[in-house]
Design a protein around this ligand. Structure first.
Ligand code: GLN
Length: 497
C-alpha cells in the first residue's frame, strides 16, 4: 500500500482529483503520522484535527459533486504559528500570546483555505521569529528529523521539521533574515523567500516589517511553486504588497533548464567559518550547473560583509516599535492586574513575564539604536549599508541571471551549542540576510550531505526582485540532476523516526 505521507503535494493532489485516494484518507494518514512521531520531533504547537478533517470532507464532497478542484485541493499543510487563524490559537512561539485565539484569518491563511489546502495545525518557531534554531520558542525546542539532538533551523524549525519527518508535504514559513531558507538547508527541504511584497503580510505577526516575507516550504521545487502560486499576489490589505502579476513560478518549475543562463558565484560567501563539507557540496553544485549548460562567473559583492551588522540594527529597531503593541491591554497575557497597580506597571510586569530573553535583547538593542543621540550613528548608518547592498545586487544582476551560494555556513548544530552565544547564532544567516535587506527573491534546496557529519547542505539561489520564476527554473534543473545522480530524493536517506 502506498504510504500517503511520502508522496509529493503534486502527486497527492492528482490522486485526490482523480478519486484514487480521498482527501479524508490523506488527512487521516498525516494526522496518524503526527500522532506517531511528533512527541519526539515537536514540530507542532497546535494540531487542528477537527478543522483538518472538516476541510478534507469538504474537498471530497466537492469532488463527488463534480466541482473542479484546485491544484492543491486536499493537500495537508503545516502553518507557522505566526499567521493568524480564525478560531485557532496563534502564539508566535511566545508566552505573551499564550491562549490567544485570533478573530480573523491572515491573507495567507485565507488563500490556503480558498485553495482547499488542509491545514493540519500550527508549527513551532523561535519567539516572534527571532532566532536560527527554534530554541527561542517559549514552548520548548524542535528536533531535526535527521538527528533529534540537533536544531531544525529557525525561526521556522517547526515547519521544516514537519516536512522532513513526513508529517506534511507542504508548510509555510516567514523569512526576515533567513527563517525559511536556513531551516530548509539544515533539514534537506526546499524553502523560498519570495520577492518582498510578493506574499501578503496581512495577519502575519510583525517582527521587522521592511524585511518580513512569508513564503512556501516543501520537499520538492514543484511543490514549493504550487504553494507559492496559491499564496502570492496583490492584497489591498497590505500596503507593501506588490500590485503586479505573480511571476510564473509553476511553469518555471515544470521547465527546469539552465542552458545559456549566467550564474554568479558570490566571492564573499566563502572562507573562514564555512564548514568543509558545505563548501564541497557547494562547489559540486556549481560544477553541476556548468555541466547542465550554465555559464559560471565569479562576482564580488563587497557590501555583503556588512549585511549582518546592518541587519542587527534594522531588525531590532523595527521590532522594538512593532512589539510595543504587546502592552497587556490588547492581546493575550496580562500580569499583575489586581486593581492596585497602574496601567504602566501592568504593562511592564506583563512584558517582563511574557517576553523571552532574545526578544528583550532585541527590543533593548532597537530602542537604543533609535534613541535621539544614536539614531544617525546606528540606524542611519545601517540604512546606508542597506542601500550599498541593494546596489551590489543591482550591479551583479546586470551581468548574471542568478547568484548562488551555500545557504548556511554549517550544517545543523547540536541543540544547546549556540543557545547562550547570540553572535554564533546570528552567523547562521550570513548568506541569507542580504536578500532580505535588498528585498529580492531567494531559494534554498538540498545539494547533498556533508561528508563529515552526514547532514544536509543547502544550495541558495538568488534572483532579482520579481524574477522569482528564475529560482524555480534553476532549482528544478538542479533538483532533477541531483535526483538522477543520487537515484532518489535526498530525504530518502534521512533516518526514519
Ligand atoms: N535568524 C534571524 C534572526 O534571528 C532571522 C530570523 C527570521 O528570518 N525570522 O533575526
Amino acid at each position: 500500500m502506498t504510504d500517503l505521507t511520502k508522496l509529493t503535494a503534486a502527486r497527492t493532489a492528482e490522486r485526490i482529483a482523480s478519486g484514487e485516494t480521498s482527501a479524508v484518507e490523506v488527512a487521516e494518514a498525516h494526522l496518524a503520522r503526527v500522532e506517531a512521531v511528533d512527541e519526539k520531533v515537536h514540530a507542532f504547537l497546535h494540531v487542528d484535527r477537527e478543522g483538518a478533517l472538516e476541510t478534507a470532507r469538504r474537498v471530497d464532497a466537492k469532488r463527488a459533486a463534480g466541482e473542479k478542484l484546485g491544484p492543491l485541493a486536499g493537500v495537508p499543510l503545516a502553518l507557522k504559528d505566526i499567521f493568524t487563524t480564525e478560531g485557532v490559537p496563534t502564539t508566535v512561539g511566545s508566552r505573551i500570546l499564550e491562549g490567544w485565539v485570533p478573530p480573523y484569518d491572515a491573507t495567507v491563511t485565507r488563500r490556503l483555505k480558498d485553495a482547499d489546502v488542509v491545514i493540519l495545525g500550527k508549527t513551532n518557531m523561535d519567539e516572534f521569529a527571532m532566532g536560527s534554531s527554534t530554541e527561542n520558542s517559549a514552548y520548548g525546542p524542535t528536533g531535526n528529523p535527521w538527528d533529534l539532538t540537533r536544531i531544525p533551523g529557525g525561526s521556522g524549525g517547526g515547519s521544516s521539521a514537519a516536512l522532513a519527518s513526513f508529517q506534511a508535504p507542504l508548510a509555510i514559513g516567514t523569512d526576515t533574515g533567513g527563517s525559511i531558507r536556513q531551516p530548509a538547508a539544515v533539514t534537506g527541504t526546499v524553502g523560498v523567500k519570495p520577492t518582498y511584497g510578493g506574499v501578503s503580510r496581512y495577519g502575519m505577526v510583525a517582527f521587522s516589517s521592511s524585511l518580513d516575507q512569508g513564503g512556501p516550504c516543501a520537499r520538492t521545487v514543484l511543490d514549493a511553486a504550487l504553494l507559492h502560486e496559491a499564496i502570492a499576489g496583490h492584497d489591498p490589505l497590505d500596503s507593501t504588497s506588490v500590485d503586479a502579476p505573480v511571476p510564473a513560478v509553476v511553469e518555471a518549475a515544470r521547465n527546469g533548464d539552465v542552458r545559456g543562463m549566467r550564474v554568479g558565484v558570490v566571492t564573499e560567501f566563502s572562507g573562514e567559518g564555512y564548514q568543509d563539507g558545505v563548501m564541497r557540496r557547494f562547489t559540486e553544485s556549481v560544477e553541476l550547473l556548468r555541466e547542465l549548460g550554465a555559464e559560471i562567473v565569479e562576482i564580488s559583492c563587497p557590501s555583503f560583509t556588512k549585511a549582518l551588522a546592518a541587519y542587527y540594527l534594522i531588525a531590532p529597531s523595527e521590532c522594538s516599535s512593532n512589539l510595543a503593541r504587546f502592552d497587556a491591554m490588547r492581546y493575550g497575557l496580562r500580569v499583575g492586574d489586581d486593581g492596585t497597580r497602574s496601567a504602566e506597571d501592568v504593562t511592564a510586569l506583563t512584558r517582563e513575564a511574557g517576553f523571552g530573553p532574545e526578544v528583550k535583547r532585541r527590543i533593548m538593542l532597537g530602542t537604543y539604536a533609535l534613541s535621539s543621540g544614536y539614531y544617525d550613528a546606528y540606524y542611519g548608518s545601517a540604512q546606508k549599508v542597506r542601500t550599498l547592498i541593494t546596489r551590489d545586487f543591482q550591479r551583479a544582476f546586470e551581468s548574471v541571471d542568478v547568484l548562488v551560494s551555500p545557504t548556511t555556513p554549517t550544517t545543523a548544530f547540536p541543540i544547546g551549542e549556540r543557545a547562550d552565544d547570540p553572535m554564533a547564532m546570528y552567523l547562521a544567516d550570513l548568506c541569507t540576510i542580504p536578500s532580505n535587506l535588498a528585498g529580492n527573491a531567494a531559494m534554498s534546496l538540498p545539494c547533498g550531505l556533508a561528508p563529515e557529519d552526514g547532514l544536509p547542505v543547502g544550495l541558495q539561489i538568488i534572483a532579482p526582485a520579481m524574477a522569482d520564476d528564475r529560482l524555480y527554473r534553476v532549482g528544478a534543473a538542479v533538483e532533477a540532476a541531483f535526483h538522477t545522480r543520487w537515484g532518489h530524493p535526498l530525504l530518502e536517506e534521512a533516518p526514519v523516526l
